[in-house]
Write a protein that binds this ligand. Structure first.
Ligand SMILES: [Fe+2]
Length: 137
């Protein structure tokens, strides 16, 4: 479990760097990061540019409650595998693993009391890779 958390933290740092550097990628097409084809965001959908709406997790915050939702069909052959909610320092608030037989890819998490700052939502599709969205709370 520690290895997975370390990997996730590293992935989020990479995703953050990728999001920040996306302006550079847009303005200088020769600039690339090693994560361009591994971590996808709204501004960096890579080869999945037609998949943003069905793979980028939405983040709804109501007080300390955060709901993640990926508007993606669920079947045994093609489904959302996992959601995570991560704080700006890499702390994993929680994760939910889905099965192809689940009705929808929706998860719910409680933020630490008084938390303010950026949160990251991840959603992993078994066919269309790892997606990250973010918001401020
Ligand atoms: Fe997918």
């Amino acid at each position: 479990m520690t290895d997975r958390r370390t990997f996730l933290k590293g992935g989020l740092v990479a995703a953050s760097a990728l999001a920040v550097s996306s302006v550079n990628i847009a303005s200088a097409s020769t600039v690339a990061t090693p994560f361009t084809n591994v971590i996808y965001t709204a501004s960096n959908p890579g080869k999945w540019d037609k998949k943003v709406g069905s793979h980028l997790p939405s983040i709804t915050v109501e007080g300390s409650n955060v709901t993640l939702f990926t508007k993606h069909g669920m079947s045994e052959k093609h489904f959302i595998v996992r959601h995570t909610l991560v704080l700006k320092d890499g702390t994993v608030v929680g994760a939910k693993v889905f099965n192809g037989t689940d009705k929808e890819a929706k998860s719910n998490f409680e933020l630490p009391a008084g938390y303010k700052g950026k949160v990251y939502a991840t959603s992993f599709c078994n066919l269309h890779d790892f997606w990250v969205n973010e918001t401020m709370v």
